[in-house]
Write a protein that binds this ligand. Structure first.
Ligand SMILES: [Mn+2]
Length: 355
């Protein structure tokens, strides 16, 4: 396992690669061209500049999170061929720059969802929180306003204002797209891109839905063990794999994470490891990474990754906002750095243990 850290790029992230370089164990960053829109072809010069920036700080560019997918590909719209061919061009350019990991998601309209981006905890930290009672009684516009009010100066990943301004239109194109249709569209996309991925050895790693259930009536196809195995079976290629995100899958207490990890041996290309605290049916707070602070057993999770021989990039995921830090919600430096140290400690113990 290689410890990495997500970084959104200069001008978008309050954290710098120089700061990340000082977090023990971190060898690389996972980044993106944050100012590109889904469907765009990435410029080789911009990819090279990103790589040079990261390497100049003494880190490696360990993968891209994300190259986002245009909604016409997800919904199977008329222009999907154009956007698939654009995606392939971007993959070729990434491959030529030596990138071998691309995280993506197949969530309609928007990525992750929370009812609160800064819920205060008794310890004075704030965390992202999800309360199904609140979300289910909101319409999407209210949800957008609520996120806008707490994001500060930061653009939230997957919630680009330009796209969200078109949300009614976006919801419209998914009319008639159920889970089976969405999965079929994912298979169509994967079959089209796999020859390019294989040529450049780019491992595609789909991110689970967050939370792991349908919201606002949209279909969701990456929620549990069964869904993940269906996706792994859509195309038989070593480049078709999974981002195993413990926080997203773990939002549903029925998901047995160590069992899911073990069952996907060889199919996990990237790991997001964080803890969450279950508060009731479809209610949870994000927590510190420590097992005792949340509901997930981080020792058993790291041990499962170790046992299946997972050797790809792993990164801490959302952290609490602590010590007065101002950063993108979930992506402060301090609590994620604490998460890295904690996860690294578990990993060292697991590696040295006689098991
Ligand atoms: Mn994640």
């Amino acid at each position: 396992m290689k410890m990495t850290f997500r970084w959104f790029g200069d001008g978008f992230d309050a954290v710098t690669p120089e700061q990340i370089r000082q977090v023990p164990a971190v060898k690389g960053v996972i980044s993106t061209l944050y100012d590109t829109m889904p469907g765009e072809v990435w410029e080789t010069s911009a990819i090279k500049a990103l790589k040079a920036r990261v390497e100049g700080a003494g880190l490696e560019l360990s993968g891209i999170e994300s190259v986002n997918i245009h909604d016409d590909i997800k919904a199977g719209g008329n222009s999907r061929e154009l956007y698939i061919s654009n995606y392939i061009k971007t993959l070729e350019r990434l491959g030529e720059c030596g990138i071998d990991l691309v995280c993506y998601n197949f969530m309609p309209v928007f990525d992750w969802t929370r009812s609160d981006l800064a819920k205060p905890r008794p310890d004075g930290a704030t965390v992202l929180s999800y309360d199904g009672d609140i979300i289910e009684n909101m319409d999407f516009e209210d949800m957008l306003k609520s996120l806008e009010s707490k994001r500060g100066e930061f653009v939230l990943p997957g919630w680009e204002p330009e796209r969200m301004a078109r949300n009614k239109e976006l919801f419209g194109i998914y009319k008639g797209v159920d889970e089976d249709k969405l999965r079929e569209n994912l298979g169509y996309f994967l079959k089209a891109i796999m020859p390019t991925c294989e040529k450049y050895n780019i491992k595609m790693a789909i991110h689970p839905d967050d939370p792991a259930w349908s919201v606002f009536g949209l279909p969701r196809i990456v929620k549990n063990k069964d869904d993940l195995h269906k996706i792994a079976g859509l195309v038989d290629s070593p480049c078709n794999g999974i981002t195993l995100c413990t926080g997203s899958l773990g939002s549903n207490p029925d998901n047995d994470l160590p069992d899911i990890i073990r069952s996907l041996k060889g199919k996990i290309h990237f790991a997001h490891v964080r803890n969450i605290k279950h508060l009731g049916y479809r209610k949870f707070d994000e927590s510190a990474h420590l097992s005792e602070d949340g509901s997930l057993d981080m020792y058993e999770i790291i041990k499962a990754f170790h046992d299946i021989g997972f050797n790809g990039p792993l990164r801490p995921d959302h952290g609490r906002m602590v010590w007065g830090e101002v950063a993108m919600p979930g992506y402060g430096l301090y609590d994620r750095a604490m998460g890295v140290c904690y996860l690294s400690g578990i990993l060292e113990a697991v590696r040295k243990g006689k098991v």
